[in-house]
Write a protein that binds this ligand. Structure first.
Ligand code: NAD
Length: 417
């Protein structure tokens, strides 16, 4: 399926405009929120293993920090654009407010194909990128985290580079680190655990049982694979998963742990024994109780929304549904849990990691999961109850809640000078 070229920033700005109207946001505050506070675009020259130099483009966008320091992932992908990162930074601002953690929103990206780079090249790229951001990141300024094609090893190199510049170890400058370097228990699967909390709460409200509920997951990276295995552990029947090379489907249900081993060995989920290969487009149109998009933006689009047969969609990815598709899904009665609520578990445990680092503490997995559960449940209930009361959809209400809180914070701080 070809992704329609929809600019995520256009979507994010339109969401802001309609929400500002709905909540009667002060027009001066609306003006402020339309723009990032700061965007830095940098050139990153890297010596490749063959001795040649290649120059990559990277950026960091800091949207708004009225509620606390900037926070947001770093994405390595060939399709990264400044507009995409601007949209993701804005969504991060709303997300932190919805789940009520004291952060503002940021995002970073480097336009590169990490699959084409060796580990040594990736390390040089990461260190040079961080060195270019030194003036604008830091534990009380802007705290990066993992996103698409960046993992805990990359976070370790970020910590090391930042610390070498400072002259002392600063674990609190980045989250999503390996546990040995002060990473939090439960961080790797936190986004997925939050997604499955939303699945559990939604099925409960709609009178569906988790046990035996059919689930399809698009994307089998950090978020998709962990969501599939947690759903499986809770008794769901995972009938399809996919990655950038294709999808697999098995109506009787597949074992995500075995599929993970197959992907580790073969580089993709496709050709897994006992499943039929299907396309990513076909996966999205499968009849299932719960569809979890966990790949990239603009996957559920106007052209295909009419063919979606899932009862519930829980958006693990950021921006997977275009606004036109969203309207069609609403008309069809599909229950959508929006990204800024559904995938907020990652930001939440990043916050918990930062707090542990600042306090030089290390909490047990049980403690981290208890705090995550409490934050996610409160946010879900806040959004669900208002949506029910106002006869509105979950996305509209989550945006109203997030943007409303940020607006209130700006108003209270005042506009300096
Ligand atoms: P990842 O790099 O670990 O995995 C991405 C997966 O998507 C890979 O399996 C890749 O093969 C697959 N993919 C790429 N293009 C695809 C396509 N066209 N169709 C199907 N699959 C495709 O990334 P991740 O960290 O799992 O992030 C996935 C999504 O979740 C992103 O939208 C990201 O912004 C969002 N997210 C991640 C976190 C986090 O903590 N990592 C937190 C919040 C939101």
């Amino acid at each position: 399926m070809d992704a329609e070229r929809i600019d995520p920033l256009t979507v994010a700005l339109e969401q802001l405009r309609t929400t500002a109207e709905r909540i009667d946001l002060d027009s001066n505050i609306y003006e402020i929120l339309k723009y990032p506070k700061q965007s830095l675009v940098v050139s990153i020259p890297i010596k490749l293993d063959n001795g040649k130099v290649s120059v990559f483009t990277g950026c960091r966008v800091q949207h708004n920090d009225a509620r606390g320091p900037f926070k947001g992932g770093i994405r390595y992908h060939p399709d990264v654009t400044l507009n995409e990162i601007r949209a993701l930074a804005m969504w991060m601002t709303w997300k932190c407010a919805v789940v009520d953690i004291p952060y503002g929103g940021a995002k970073g990206g480097v336009c590169c194909d990490p699959k084409e780079l060796s580990k040594e090249e990736l390390e040089r790229l990461t260190r040079r990128y961080v060195s270019a951001l030194m003036d604008i990141i830091g534990p009380f300024r802007d705290v990066p985290a993992p996103d698409v094609y960046t993992d805990e090893q990359i976070m370790a190199w970020i910590m090391d580079t930042y610390s070498r510049f400072k002259g002392y170890s600063v674990p609190e400058c980045v989250t999503g680190k390996p546990i040995i370097l002060g990473g939090s228990e439960g961080r790797t699967e936190a986004t997925s655990r939050g997604v499955i909390i939303c699945v559990r709460e939604t099925t409960g409200r709609l009178g569906l049982k988790m046990k035996g509920a059919t689930v399809a997951v698009q994307g089998f990276g950090t978020v998709g694979w962990n969501a599939a295995r947690i759903a499986y552990d809770m008794g769901c029947r995972v009938i399809a998963v996919s990655d950038s090379r294709g999808a697999i489907h098995c109506e009787e249900g597949l074992n995500p742990y075995k599929v993970y081993e197959h992907k580790e060995k073969n580089g993709s989920v496709v050709d897994y024994k006992g499943c039929e290969n299907v396309t990513n487009g076909e996966l999205l149109e499968l009849k299932c109780d719960i569809l979890i998009p966990a790949a990239l933006e603009n996957q559920l689009m106007k052209a295909t929304a009419g063919s979606i047969r899932a009862r519930i969609i829980v958006e693990a990815a950021n921006g997977p549904t275009t606004p036109e598709a969203d309207k069609i899904l609403q008309e069809k009665g599909v229950f959508v849990v929006p990204d800024i609520l559904a995938n907020a578990g990652g930001a939440t445990v990043s916050y918990l990691e930062w707090v542990q680092n600042l306090e030089r503490e290390h909490w047990s997995l049980e403690e981290v999961n208890r705090k995550l559960e409490s934050k996610m449940l409160k946010a879900f209930n806040d959004v669900y109850e208002t949506a029910t009361k106002e006869k509105s959809d979950m996305r509209t209400v989550a945006l109203m809640l997030g943007i409303g809180r940020v607006g209130e914070a700006i108003k209270t701080l005042g506009i300096w000078p």
